[in-house]
Design a protein around this ligand. Structure first.
Ligand SMILES: Nc1nc2c(ncn2[C@@H]2O[C@H](COP(=O)(O)OP(=O)(O)OP(=O)(O)O)[C@@H](O)[C@H]2O)c(=O)[nH]1
Ligand SMILES: [Zn+2]
Length: 208
């Protein structure tokens, strides 16, 4: 018998062969417990692989815990022809999960800043958003974390973040009220201190 046939696959082999991370048995068992508690039979065929799927899905929903979103703001560009007006990334779709019910939060964000000397690659603002959104959140903290990250790492003259989202814990359960959007905002620097700048950025976001 060759070494290969006696070989027991380990975690590295599983990742290499399927691209899937291994799921610890205690995590799978926790999902089985939840399935039983919900009223179903985790041994029936359709649910047999569900614990692994659910566990991997949660790793994906919560991938932000393994990220440091500020790294996306490390590379800046200074040759912008003296551009010193608002930069806005509008209608960025995102998904998060509320920390109270672990239910989806689905919405869009508008992220703006007024540069000081340098700008950042525009995709990086969306990367910062997703880095914080892929965690268990409340919308207020998500809004604040995105704004603070840009403020402290880019050191711009102003930051404005507005998030509009619907919470499945309100639409699919509990009060069961669909069609409701929660709106949160964080204004920093000139957008907080200067009425004209704040009005300008809100108008660009289509919110006034
Ligand atoms: N402020 C805020 N509240 C949130 C967010 N996500 C969920 N919630 C709310 O968190 C609250 C938790 O309330 P609790 O009374 O502890 O939980 P509950 O009994 O399940 O509440 P109901 O959802 O009203 O049934 C609910 O009112 C949710 O709507 C969020 O991002 N921000
Ligand atoms: Zn919730």
């Amino acid at each position: 018998m060759s070494d290969d046939t006696r070989h027991t696959p380990d975690d590295g082999d599983l990742v290499a062969a399927t691209g899937k991370i291994p799921v610890p048995e205690e995590v799978a068992e926790a999902v089985r417990t939840l399935l039983r508690w919900a009223g179903d039979d985790p041994t029936r065929e359709g649910l047999r692989d569900t614990p692994q799927r659910v566990a991997r899905a949660w790793k994906e929903y919560c991938a932000g815990y393994a990220e440091h979103p500020e790294v996306h703001l490390a590379r800046v560009f200074e040759e912008v022809g003296g551009y010193d007006e608002i930069v806005l990334l509008k209608d960025i779709p995102f998904q998060s999960h509320c920390e109270h019910h672990m239910a989806p939060i689905i919405g869009k964000a508008h992220i703006a800043y007024l540069p000081r000397d340098h700008v950042v690659g525009i995709s990086k603002l969306a990367r910062v958003l997703h880095g914080f959104a892929r965690r268990l959140q409340v919308q207020e903290r998500l809004t604040a974390e995105v704004a603070d990250c840009i403020w402290h790492n880019l050191r711009p003259q102003g930051v404005a973040v507005v998030i509009e989202a619907s919470h499945a814990c309100m639409t699919a359960r509990g009060v069961r009220t669909p069609g409701v959007a929660m709106v949160t905002s964080r204004m920093m620097g000139v957008f907080r201190d200067d009425d004209r700048s704040r009005k300008e950025v809100l108008a660009l976001m289509g919110l006034s």
